[in-house]
Design a protein around this ligand. Sequence first.
Ligand SMILES: C[S@@+](CC[C@H](N)C(=O)[O-])C[C@H]1O[C@@H](n2cnc3c(N)ncnc32)[C@H](O)[C@@H]1O
Length: 353
Amino acid sequence: MATPLDRLAFVASQRARIGWFFGQKLLAARMSRPVPLPARLRQRLQGRPVADRRRILADLLALFEQDWRNIEAGWYAPPRDGLGSPSAALRRTIDFFADLAAVEARRQGAAKERLIETPPAGTYPPYYLQKFHFQSDGYLSRASAERYDHQVEVLFGGGAAAMRRQALVPLRQALVAAAGRRPGDRPRLLDLACGTGSFLREVKTNWPRLDVTGLDLSAYYLEVAQRNLRPWSRVRLVEGAAETMPFAEGEFDVVTAIYLFHELPPRVRRSVVREIGRVLRPHGTLILVDSLQTGDDPDYDAMLDSFPALLHEPFYASYLREDLDRLLGPGFTPAGRVRAYFSKVLSYRRAPD
Ligand SMILES: C[S@@+](CC[C@H](N)C(=O)[O-])C[C@H]1O[C@@H](n2cnc3c(N)ncnc32)[C@H](O)[C@@H]1O
């Protein structure tokens, strides 16, 4: 049961988080030059409503209100996502700003600078060899993996972890449903594109005994995930592609995919859906957390249209138009949908065989 003191601690820590990351977002924006947008895009953006900084901040605060209501209702535990030790927080910040000049050069530079021309040893699909978000080394270096969480929190002004946490509500519902269907059996969760394990950490904080598997194409990100998940057992981290998963049929009760779909070409999105249908048990739950799409909030539409150019998201424009219910049907039935700031949380029930 949350007490007024818990609420006070939550509000204080999350406000500090917003101050820290939103402040860095504003500073980073000041240090960057405007990105030259293609003429066609400039034309398309002209005269359309755009959520201003005030509105964005209000939506961020609304996310934290929603977060608190979920905690108070017992859906999940208060987050332990403080900024870490002051020296570690400062080190990450210095690293982020030190890398900013390279990101900025790439943002202003030629298209070929956004590609990873000499990837490290390994087998990677061609669409993956991109410096997504203009990140140095894309997803393929230790430095990128160490920097990623800080970078994403700056991008979302401190709201990234809270957006992911909203998936814990349908996850609790899915675990209750799985326990009801197969009492005594231990449910299994797969987090697709688990990255540095941020979501799995939230999962294990709430269900320390749950069997979890994380899959990702980047060995570097998995190394950081391994470190982040060290306090817990029943964790398996696997290097591989979501479109050809090395798992058995019906191996999992729940599959989650957080910020994966917008990074996939449309054809690969379809292969991933097929694979999810294969590895998820009948009646199992799929939970997606991903960006808002066109039409979800008219005040955000123009901003979303500019993201591919501003953030180097090569497949995002196709994601914005993708009808996810249709993409997932008829194998998956929509079971829930909640807005979370720049994101939405969608859950689906896998149809019986
Ligand atoms: C935007 S990040 C999201 C990471 C994590 N889910 C989070 O919430 O922070 C995208 C992740 O997807 C991984 N990824 C991209 N394409 C993939 C694929 N086809 N199969 C597996 N992982 C993939 C990347 O390596 C990266 O870790």
